[in-house]
Design a protein around this ligand. Structure first.
Ligand SMILES: Cc1ncc(C[n+]2csc(CCOP(=O)(O)OP(=O)(O)O)c2C)c(N)n1
Length: 635
């Protein structure tokens, strides 16, 4: 056993290829066992065991910089850099992060979570190195999925132009989370499958030079023929034309070849792209057979591969997916657009019923947004199905192409609120703040899955511009689902409970938290009102006016960044209407990045719990009010 003694990647350098291979097997067993208890990104990590070993064998981390795109495939790197003993805490509160994390280790030099940033980061580090006159290596590891992201293309363009020394390892396993899509993917597949035609570029050029020169017009034709031949025979010529030296494709599970290829890459002066072919899920049969399912997995039984899932009400995502089918039957203009998350967004059943009406554009949120704008302007009914966190990428396209055009795009914003184990890079807590100030858009959030269905109907029938519904990554409340879908009046809130002199204005799952708090307070003789702020934009002005007239103290409760979200909107409303004496307090996500843990823990950490709401309401009742949420406890 080599793994138990391994604490520093330098130890790898004295190992033979044979030993490295047996270490690879130990690491696989370790991953399969540890993740069976914690869950995590198993398939991606099983695929990069040899690749990561070869990197640490050939280079000297942390002087040499390894940048992992997305950062979900860095478990092996963590094991090799002294963190194997912390794997029981993977993705748990205060435990090992599921992504690269600089505070964990000096070997973690670049953090991510969102894809396609690694090449820009590598370029920045290579430039800084050159400016400082240093000579360390910079290596970016990017998957074929992450390569579909626009940022990656922007960086390739720049790197190829600058021609600085850096290495890009393209980890090609043909999968994004779902099977990879796109023309680049098709190109890589051709390289994979046409391997018997492949020759090194020099060899092909040498061959072509042997064709005797001829004069005149014939020569031009011959030159064109030579170019064609080169394109047919040289693998990766596209990357060569972009300014990279292309090496590969190499078998990403053959350590010896990979190490040789890395040494070869070291002798190249400018940027090198090493194309590595790997099998996602390598070494664990269930994961190899269905790497989509095993990309990110919950705990499982090792022998059977049976996944242990908590039972509960259907998730909001599932209700969305099913309801979209109902709506798709009603309106054949409805199409769903996903940036590489067809499964996570619950769209597979829709795609099955309506082949051709679910469009996976790859990891391309910006493109997806603008595509939706154009589809809408030509009379289609696009639903942009996107996670709140990844939508951040498309902010400009939402402003410039969707909202400015007032295009009839529907947004299905999934994972709105805390997301749990994926942690700070994935929290869906900013979209209210970065959407609600954009002219033309309507923003909704349902308090339960039944209301989500009505919101989806509302969105489909709304023809006055962009409209979004956002929903959380949790199980539904178990609410009965109305068979008939209806449109909600735009901007209408719902008064769920009357109160004495205090009311909670809440949205989404926080409505349930408010209800539980109100139940608890009722037992203590306090009647707290509850308002379901189901429209985050426009607000329900008449409800806000009537609350103000009644002198009700207000607590705005939301699982979204306190700065700029619903609470801010309410304060702006009262300020804008000269209602300066209304007492408003805010409970939302404070000004911090909330790390990995369970959603429950994340709510506890930020005070979005029944207990905290009860405490706040009591203190509000005991306080003398001042305008704009300032309060002071009466003596
Ligand atoms: C901007 C952005 N959109 C979507 C995702 C969700 N996502 C995480 S990993 C992944 C697939 C990455 O595929 P690839 O780079 O090939 O890595 P693999 O897991 O196959 O090794 C996707 C779509 C993301 N992390 N960032």
């Amino acid at each position: 056993m080599l793994l138990p003694q391994l604490n520093d990647p330098k130890q790898l350098k004295s190992l033979s290829i044979e030993q490295l291979n047996s270490l690879a097997e130990e690491i696989r067993r370790f991953l399969i066992e540890k993740l069976s208890a914690t869950g995590g990104h198993l398939a991606s990590n099983l695929g990069v065991v040899e690749l990561t070993l070869a990197l640490h064998y050939c280079y000297n981390s942390p002087q040499d910089k390894f940048i992992f795109d997305v950062g979900h495939q860095a478990y092996v790197h963590k094991i090799l850099t002294g963190r194997k003993d912390r794997f029981d805490s993977l993705r748990k509160q205060d435990g090992l992060c599921g992504f690269v994390k600089r505070s964990e280790s000096e070997h973690d030099v670049w953090e991510a979570g969102h894809s396609s940033t690694s090449l820009s980061a590598a370029m920045g580090m290579a430039m800084a190195r050159d400016f400082k006159g240093e000579d360390n290596k910079v290596v970016a590891v990017i998957g074929d999925g992450a390569l579909t992201g626009g940022m990656a293309f922007e960086a390739l363009n720049h790197i190829g132009h600058e021609r600085r020394k850096l290495m890009v390892i393209l980890n090609d396993n043909e999968m994004s989370i779902a099977p990879n899509v796109g023309a680049m993917h098709n190109y890589l597949s051709r390289i994979r499958s046409d391997r018997h035609y492949l020759r090194a570029k020099d060899e092909v050029e040498g061959l072509l030079k042997k064709i005797p020169a001829i004069g005149g017009r014939l020569a031009k034709t011959a030159e064109r023929m030579k170019d064609r031949l080169k394109y047919m025979m040289v693998p990766g010529v596209l990357f060569e034309e972009l300014g990279f030296t292309y090496l590969g494709p190499v078998d990403g599970h053959d350590l010896e070849t990979m190490i040789d290829t890395f040494h070869q890459a070291d002798n190249v002066a400018g940027p090198v792209l090493v194309h590595v072919l790997t099998t996602k899920g390598k070494g664990y049969k269930p994961a190899e057979a269905d790497s989509y399912k095993w990309h990110g997995i919950t705990p499982y039984k090792i022998e059977s591969g049976q996944v242990l899932k908590a039972v509960g009400n259907p998730m909001y995502t599932e209700v969305f997916g099913q309801t979209l089918i109902e709506l798709g039957r009603q309106d054949e203009r409805l199409i769903a657009v996903t940036p590489a998350m067809p499964g996570g967004s619950g769209l597979f059943p829709f795609a099955e019923e309506f082949p051709g009406r679910m469009i996976d554009v790859g990891i391309a949120e910006q493109h997806a947004a603008t595509l939706c704008a154009a589809l809408a302007m030509e009379g289609m009914k696009p639903v942009f199905a996107v996670y709140s966190t990844f939508m951040q990428r498309a902010y400009d396209q939402i402003v410039h192409d969707i909202c400015r055009h007032n295009a009839n795009v529907m947004f299905a914003i999934d994972r709105a609120g805390f997301v749990g184990a994926d942690g700070e890079t994935h929290q869906g807590v900013y979209d209210i703040a970065f959407m609600r100030h954009i002219p033309n858009i309507v923003l909704m959030m349902p308090r339960d899955e039944n209301e989500l269905r009505h919101m989806m109907k509302t969105a489909l029938e709304y023809n006055d511009g962009p409209i979004a519904y956002r929903y959380p990554r949790v199980n539904g409340t178990g609410a009965a689902l109305d068979p008939e879908l209806r449109s909600l009046p735009i901007g209408s809130w719902e008064r769920l409970r009357p109160g004495d002199d205090i009311a909670v204005i809440a949205c989404g799952p926080m409505v349930q938290v408010a209800e539980e708090a109100a139940d608890q307070l009722k037992r203590e003789g306090i009647q707290a009102g509850i308002v379901n702020a189901r429209f985050l934009k426009p607000l329900d002005g008449s409800m806000l006016q009537s609350l103000a007239r009644a002198g009700t103290k207000l607590l705005v409760l939301e699982e979204a960044s306190q700065a700029g979200s619903l609470g801010s909107a309410v304060l702006e409303y009262y300020a804008g209407h000269g209602l300066h004496s209304v007492s408003v307090e805010l409970m939302g996500v404070p000004d911090i990045f909330v790390e990995h843990g369970s959603i429950k823990e994340q709510r506890q950490l930020t005070g979005l719990t029944v207990e905290s709401v009860c405490g706040r309401i009591k203190s509000m009742r005991a306080a003398r009010s001042y305008p704009y949420g300032k309060t002071t406890t009466s003596s």
